[in-house]
Design a protein around this ligand. Structure first.
Ligand SMILES: Nc1ncnc2c1ncn2[C@@H]1O[C@H](COP(=O)(O)OP(=O)(O)OP(=O)(O)O)[C@@H](O)[C@H]1O
Length: 283
């Protein structure tokens, strides 16, 4: 179990607020962190990584205590077994791909070749990083994070919108790779995304940050209670509705959906054979 409990004062666009979390996440699963812009998603990951300090909190990965303010325990970032991928990759521009991957990780030589091969980076190792495409940058950043944590017990992989700058094909490809890598290396993975379809495809758990005027609370949401496919409403045309389903656009008669009167463009639905139900993401 990964226990995350903290309270952190942040300065929001509409004034100060408290970001609060009290969650127990199963290990070796993917959890997705969603919420409105400015809700505190990146801050949540930064607190986990030890990049933001809190006055009150306790973070434990199984028996290992990373933070306990009552006992004055606070492991510095480099002591936490955690790999972090930033939104823009944050590669070192003066180092080539290989040197970026091994940066700060000379101990884990045994894992380096496996990660390079898994991420398909063999042909790029000598390339300067400013020459890379967006997808390649994210694969190098992911490889660097993986090399840092593989071989360490109770390791966490944190990804701050790793796919947001990619086109649909690169995004779909990297989503599959993330799923494979998390399962293959038995990682506990936390991913920020604004894309609920992506969340549905990737995650076992959804953490939603609920905004109230002076308090933002991280809540677990169960979004896989029903077997089905997730689709977004693209356009309502007369008696039919166009939905984006996976990477296809499908058209359905309106009367095949339950409660079609509440249908809005941009809504997310779970399509179950013979019927469809709207998912209320903003409870
Ligand atoms: N160290 C800090 N101290 C005080 N306020 C902060 C700190 N870091 C970030 N903030 C503020 O906290 C709020 C939440 O920021 P954060 O980046 O965590 O949100 P987010 O949900 O990731 O946003 P987005 O989806 O737009 O990336 C913002 O208003 C930000 O300016």
């Amino acid at each position: 179990m990964l226990h995350i409990e903290f309270s952190k004062q942040l300065e929001g666009a509409r004034g100060p607020f408290e970001l609060e979390a009290n969650l127990d996440l199963k290990t070796q699963q993917i959890s997705v962190l969603c919420g409105p812009s400015g809700a505190g998603k990146s801050s949540f990951l930064r607190v986990l990584a030890g990049l933001e300090l809190v006055k009150k909190g306790r973070i434990c990965f199984k028996e290992s205590v990373w933070l306990d303010t009552t006992q004055k325990i606070c492991l510095p970032p480099q002591k936490r077994p955690l790999g972090f991928v930033f939104q823009d990759g944050a590669l070192f521009p003066h180092l080539n791909v290989y040197d970026n991957i091994i940066f700060g990780n000379p101990r884990h030589q045994a894992h380096i070749e496996e990660v390079i091969s898994l991420m398909g980076l063999e042909g790029l190792l000598k390339h300067p990083t400013p020459m890379l495409s967006g997808g390649q940058v994210q694969r190098v950043a992911l490889a660097r994070a993986l090399v840092r944590i593989l071989g360490q017990p109770n390791a966490l992989l944190c990804l701050d919108e790793p796919l947001s700058a990619l086109d649909a094909d690169a995004r779909a490809h990297l989503q599959e790779q993330l799923k494979y890598i998390s399962a293959h290396f038995k990682l506990t993975t936390l991913i920020i995304t604004h894309d609920l379809l992506e969340a549905y495809k990737l995650a076992h758990n959804l953490i939603w940050i609920e905004e109230k005027p002076q308090k933002h609370t991280c809540l677990m949401r169960d979004f896989k209670t029903q077997e089905g496919l997730c689709a977004r409403v693209l356009e309502i045309k007369g008696q039919s509705v166009e939905l984006v389903l996976e990477r296809q656009i499908v058209s359905l008669p309106l009367n095949s959906l339950q409660t079609p009167q509440t249908l809005k463009e941009g809504d997310l639905w779970v399509l179950i054979p013979q019927r469809a139900e709207r998912v209320d993401w903003h409870l």
